[in-house]
Each structure stands twice: as structure tokens, then as C-alpha cells.
Write a protein of this length. Structure first.
Lengths: 146, 202
């Protein structure tokens, strides 16, 4: 199954053991290679950014995301995570630039595999870029093969 | 091989330097460092990115560039920015800028106003832009057979056919010019390396 960032943001996050509402998806943390979701930021009652690792996602459903336990929720400490939580790195809206140094537009959306958390493709305003062509996602751009 | 893409070295100034492995803008091109005596592109001096711009100590050697595009200069990662062993000033190109370009038949074509470089991996200087005495602009290919003095640049007869008025046409002319040079060096086996060294060292 696949989903898209813009569709998944706001989706309810529920503790699979206790059935408690934990919060809702705020953002996705993607690795520097731009290929895989490593964490999800969950917006709940806590004021600090709250993260859950992709490994603790039990089921990424169309309506609800089940996580193993609320105890898996943790603060954002690692640098890549804080970069994304603070908005320094964000797939949506970032420019797409080729390894030849040419801009191709900006990212409108990201399609991902709900089973593995792997990015399938980024949807640019000038076309789709398959994950195999993605080289990195950083503070300036998503760099892709030309 | 596709036609060489070329651009004026001066147009690189201001472009961000972006890492392919990180997606970060690690610097901005300040100026071109050009060795006029040897007609060789050395690299680029850099500015910091962001609101608090200022000169970066590190420089970007031409050999570390993966590509120069219309929107960015691409490098593998930020370790490609180097502390220069011998700091190079920004005025190195003055050895040729302003010089008169003299053709083999004794015509004074005009004065050198800029350097033309290739835009692919490991970019190099391939020509000079000349502000012609007839009011036109010319692009003259760099070759090993050129002779440079304080005031003049003498170009060989073999290069005159490859002078162009437009940059796009000049990119194609450069490829043809190289073929002629390569063919000329063919009779001596194993001379190809010496030829390429000779070309950069003039």
C-alpha cells in the first residue's frame, strides 16, 4: 500500500495496546538520502516535539496509524530530526535540483510505502521523480539524477 | 560525445555550491581563480551563504566540481571545499584580461574581456571572450600554441577557423578544435598524455 505526505498529515495516531488516542501526524522525518521515513512527529498534548520511530509503527492505515505503545514516543534529540522539526529540512515545497545543477521545480508531495516507510517517488510541480533517482534531501534542495 | 556546454566564467559568481550527498548549500561562488599564464581554471573563491555573508576561507578547486549548472555548482560533499595551501588572490586573471588578441596573419582582433569555461565535471578554461575592434564580440579557443606576453596574446593559424560570435556555436567549435588537435598529435604513439599536459601548461 502507498500513501502521500499531504494525505497522511493530520492522521490519527493510536496506541495499539491501550487504544488511547496519542495525537496526530505532524511531519515525516526522512533520512539524508531522501529515501526512507525514519520517524514521525506526533502532535499531541505535549508542547515539545514528540517523535515515534518508524520501527514502532505497527500499522499505517488509511484512517489511523497504530503504534506499538505510547512509551515509544520520545523527544526530538538527533540532529536530523531537529532539522526537520524546526523546518530547516522539509520535503514539501523544497526545490528539486539535478546533479547537473539545474532546478526542476519544487516538491508538491511525496509518495511512500506504508509497509516499509520507503519513499516511492517525489511529485514535483514539473513531474514525478522516482526514488531511484533521488540522491539527497537537505536544507537547500532535493538533489536528483538528471 | 555531446557538444560541450560552455559559459562565461563571470556568470558563475553568485551561484550556490550544493552538495549532491547532502542537499545543502555549503557556500556561494565569489570569484573565479584563473591562471592566466597557463590559461588554466584553478577554481573558485567562496562566500558564506545566508544573511551574514562574508568571505569563506576555503576555496573550491576546479577538479572537485561535479557540474556547473544554470542554478548551482554541484560538488559531492562539503569536504570538497579546501583550505588553500597558498591563498590565491582574486586578481590572477589580470595577466590576460585586457590583452590584445593578434591573429596569425597579423590582425589585431580586440581585447580580452573574459574567460569561457566548460560546465561539466572538472570544468576547464576553453576560450577567451574578445571585445572586437569592429564592435562585435568574439570567442577565441585556448590552445597550447598560443603565445602570451604582457600586452598581447598571439593565436595560431590553426585556431582561427574556430573563432565564433556566439557562445552556443563556440561550444560546438571547441569540440571540433579538439578533434583537430587530437588528429595532429596522432602520428606519435603515446603522445596523447603529453598533448593534454601541453595544452594546460601552454
Amino acid at each position: 500500500m502507498s500513501s502521500a505526505f499531504t494525505k497522511a498529515v493530520g492522521r490519527k495516531v493510536v496506541d495499539s495496546a491501550t487504544a488511547d488516542d496519542v495525537g496526530e501526524i505532524k511531519t515525516f522525518v526522512v533520512d539524508q538520502a531522501g529515501r526512507r521515513i525514519t520517524r514521525i512527529q506526533v502532535a499531541g498534548r505535549n508542547r515539545n516535539p514528540q517523535m515515534v520511530d518508524w520501527a514502532d509503527v505497527k500499522s499505517f492505515g488509511d484512517d489511523v496509524v497504530l503504534i506499538t505503545s505510547q512509551s515509544a514516543i520520545h523527544d526530538a534529540t538527533e540532529e536530523r530530526t531537529t532539522d526537520i522539526v524546526k523546518g530547516a529540512v522539509d520535503y514539501i515545497g523544497t526545490r528539486i535540483i539535478t546533479v547537473d545543477g539545474e532546478e526542476l521545480g519544487a516538491v508538491d508531495d511525496v509518495h511512500f510505502d506504508t509497509g516499509t516507510g520507503e519513499v516511492i517517488a517525489i511529485m514535483g510541480n514539473n513531474g514525478r521523480v522516482e526514488a531511484a533517482r533521488i540522491r539527497s534531501l537537505g536544507t537547500y534542495a532535493a538533489v536528483v539524477e538528471s | 560525445m555531446t557538444t560541450s556546454r560552455v559559459m562565461r566564467a563571470s556568470e558563475v559568481s553568485g551561484l550556490p555550491v550544493v552538495t549532491i550527498n547532502g542537499g545543502d548549500d555549503v557556500a556561494e561562488i565569489k570569484d573565479v581563480v584563473f591562471d592566466g599564464t597557463n590559461h588554466r581554471l584553478v577554481g573558485f573563491t567562496l562566500n558564506k551563504r545566508g544573511w551574514f555573508r562574508g568571505k569563506l576561507r576555503q576555496q573550491l578547486p576546479a577538479s572537485s566540481v561535479v557540474a556547473i549548472g544554470p542554478d548551482a555548482v554541484m560538488v559531492a560533499d562539503d569536504s570538497d571545499l579546501e583550505d588553500p595551501k597558498v591563498p590565491l588572490g582574486d586578481g590572477e586573471s589580470h595577466a590576460v584580461l585586457g590583452n590584445s588578441v593578434i591573429s596569425a596573419d597579423g590582425s589585431d582582433l580586440g581585447n580580452i574581456t573574459g574567460v569561457v569555461i566548460t560546465t561539466g565535471k572538472d570544468p576547464e578554461a576553453v576560450g577567451y571572450e574578445v571585445d572586437g575592434n569592429d564592435g562585435n564580440s568574439y570567442f577565441v579557443p585556448i590552445s597550447a600554441q598560443m603565445a602570451l606576453s604582457d600586452n598581447n596574446l598571439l593565436i595560431p593559424e590553426s585556431s582561427t577557423d574556430f573563432i565564433r560570435n556566439d557562445l552556443v556555436g563556440f561550444g560546438a567549435a571547441i569540440d571540433d578544435h579538439r578533434k583537430v588537435l587530437d588528429t595532429a598529435s596522432k602520428p606519435q604513439p603515446g603522445a596523447s598524455e603529453a598533448e593534454s599536459l601541453g595544452r594546460t601548461q601552454a
